[in-house]
Design a protein around this ligand. Sequence first.
Ligand SMILES: Nc1ncnc2c1ncn2[C@@H]1O[C@H](COP(=O)(O)OP(=O)(O)O)[C@@H](O)[C@H]1O
Ligand SMILES: Nc1ccn([C@@H]2O[C@H](COP(=O)(O)OP(=O)(O)O)[C@@H](O)[C@H]2O)c(=O)n1
Length: 229
Amino acid sequence: MKKITIAIDGFSSCGKSTMAKDLAHEIGYIYIDSGAMYRAVTLYSIENGIFQGNEIDTERLRKEIGNIHISFQLNPETGRPDTYLNGVNVEDKIRGIVVSSRVSPIAALGFVREAMVAQQQAMGNAKGIVMDGRDIGTTVFPDAELKIFVTATPEIRAQRRFDELKAKGQEASFDEILENVKQRDYIDQNREVSPLRKADDAFLLDNTNMTIPQQKEWLQEQFNKTVKG
Ligand SMILES: Nc1ncnc2c1ncn2[C@@H]1O[C@H](COP(=O)(O)OP(=O)(O)O)[C@@H](O)[C@H]1O
Ligand SMILES: Nc1ccn([C@@H]2O[C@H](COP(=O)(O)OP(=O)(O)O)[C@@H](O)[C@H]2O)c(=O)n1
């Protein structure tokens, strides 16, 4: 069967990666978490003194962006891809609140987006890919055959993220996460370059009251309809 491109965009922490990974696994496609790439650039900036306090040394980051190599490798224990920054596994580090609270200003920089989008488009060249993020259906793959836009209430999203971090033993407060989710939504929707918005031809999914198996089934149905017509 001919392979297609699947773009899953939407607000923070609503279950995009969960759905995208499950579908990719089910249909034998490659899964790419584009948010992990912006998170890795943010971690690099923090660890190398480029992002200090509220200040980003954009000139330094612009010079060093070509030295930031991000890749993914399947983790046999979790069955999911781990993120590598210049050859080092940073999967746990990039998911914590320190990176979450700084990633959106980094992702708003035009030259950072340009570098990431070029890598993402190269990864999706051969189709057979499910990619999730904020601008996949609008900018990275505007011709994707299947586009989904996911949303849920901020409180539900913060609760999901809180439960996830707690299960991993990472320190976090619900209020801090809720604030972070709302702040990122605001920055992501209002930045100048590729702001978060639903592509006109994307299907909208509000999964506030859906379980993980229910949303998985819904997505599989959309895929079946798209490939079988
Ligand atoms: N429908 C759902 N109901 C409850 N929890 C969910 C649902 N979908 C995803 N989750 C959980 O919510 C958390 C955030 O999901 P994730 O897929 O990482 O979101 P996103 O990629 O949109 O940031 C994860 O811990 C995931 O297991
Ligand atoms: N395609 C993308 C993906 C993420 N991002 C940025 O990266 C941040 C982290 O993305 P993510 O997908 O890991 O976020 P969560 O929804 O998992 O919390 C977002 O809040 C955006 O600022 C982006 O700008 N464009």
